[in-house]
Design a protein around this ligand. Structure first.
Ligand SMILES: [Zn+2]
Length: 139
């Protein structure tokens, strides 16, 4: 599913970095996961391990540790420019609403308003998506 495609992409870009940097072995990969992201972290981590195992034809991933860290989501109002954290807004939401936001971030506009000017016109300025933060390895 979604998690597998992402894991595949992460492994591919890790390999690209290793090639560029002439690494023989990748020891650590730090992955940032946005707070507003429709992935299951546990599933993602096991997908990573599976994808890595399949990659038998290179020794890059013999001793790789994957570290996933969550980046807090930030929202920015398009009307007044106010920025706030998703978790501040979350307090006023019930579980179903929070859940639906996690999986379909676009629904944020239905449930949330700018705390300053009450506008529904805002964007997610941080904490969305998933990306490689850093890679360490041995040459
Ligand atoms: Zn505003």
């Amino acid at each position: 599913m979604h998690e597998w495609a992402l894991a595949d992409a992460v492994i591919k870009s890790a390999k690209n970095v290793a090639k560029k940097e002439n690494l023989k072995e990748i020891t650590e990969v730090v992955i940032k996961i946005g707070e507003i992201q429709s992935i299951d972290e546990e599933l993602f981590e096991s997908a990573l391990n599976e994808v890595m195992k399949k990659d038998r034809d290179n020794a890059l991933f013999q001793n790789t540790e994957f570290i996933c860290s969550i980046e807090k989501a930030k929202l920015k109002c398009n009307v007044c420019g106010h920025e706030w954290l998703f978790e501040e807004n979350k307090k006023g939401l019930n579980d179903t609403e929070t859940e639906s936001m996690h999986f379909i971030p676009e629904t944020a506009h239905v449930f949330m308003r700018c705390p300053e000017c009450n506008s529904p016109d805002f964007e997610v300025s941080a904490g969305r998506g998933i990306w490689l933060d850093s890679i360490e390895g041995e040459r």
